[in-house]
Design a protein around this ligand. Structure first.
Ligand SMILES: [Zn+2]
Length: 140
C-alpha cells in the first residue's frame, strides 16, 4: 500500500467515501495552499472497501459543519507532535444556507436568483433536508 509520511502538526480527514476526497479537497481550497497537503484516493478500507484520506500539515480553521454536509461519515483527527490529540466526528448541520439547491423548478429560490436558499434537517440518519420555502425534500 502507498504510504505517505505521517504529519507532525495538522489534520487528517479519514473515512471519506471513495470519490468524495477530491470534492472536499477542492471545497477547502487545498489546491491553492503553500503548506503540505496529501489527497489519497481509493485506499483499501475494512469498513468502506475503498476510502479517500486527506492529510494537511497545518492547523487551519475548518468549517466542519460544511464537511458534514459533503460526507457525514468522515472522521477528523487533529494531530499534534505526531499524535492524535483529538478526534472530531462531524454531523449533518441542522440548517444550511446557500449550499444546497432546491430541485423544485417552481420554488421561489429557483425562479428568483437573488434569494438565499435555506434548508433545515428533517432526518439526520437519512440525510434528508427540507427547503424552507417550498418544503421540497433534498437528500444528501
Ligand atoms: Zn424550494
Amino acid at each position: 500500500m502507498l504510504t505517505i509520511n505521517s504529519i507532525t502538526n495538522g489534520i487528517v480527514i479519514d473515512h471519506i467515501k471513495a470519490g468524495l476526497g477530491m470534492k472536499i479537497f477542492n471545497y477547502l481550497g487545498l489546491d491553492k495552499t503553500d503548506y503540505t497537503v496529501a489527497l489519497l484516493m481509493n485506499v483499501p478500507s475494512q469498513k468502506l472497501g475503498r476510502k479517500d484520506i486527506i492529510k494537511i500539515e497545518n492547523a487551519i480553521d475548518f468549517d466542519f459543519t460544511v464537511l458534514g454536509l459533503i460526507d457525514p461519515d468522515i472522521t477528523i483527527d487533529v494531530i499534534e507532535g505526531e499524535k492524535i490529540k483529538e478526534k472530531i466526528k462531524v454531523q449533518p448541520p441542522s440548517n444550511v444556507k446557500d449550499m444546497l439547491k432546491c430541485k423544485n423548478p417552481r420554488c421561489v429560490t429557483s425562479v428568483e436568483s437573488n434569494i438565499t436558499n435555506g434548508f433545515y434537517l428533517v432526518d439526520a440518519s437519512k440525510g434528508e433536508y427540507r427547503c424552507e420555502y417550498c418544503d421540497e425534500i433534498y437528500k444528501l
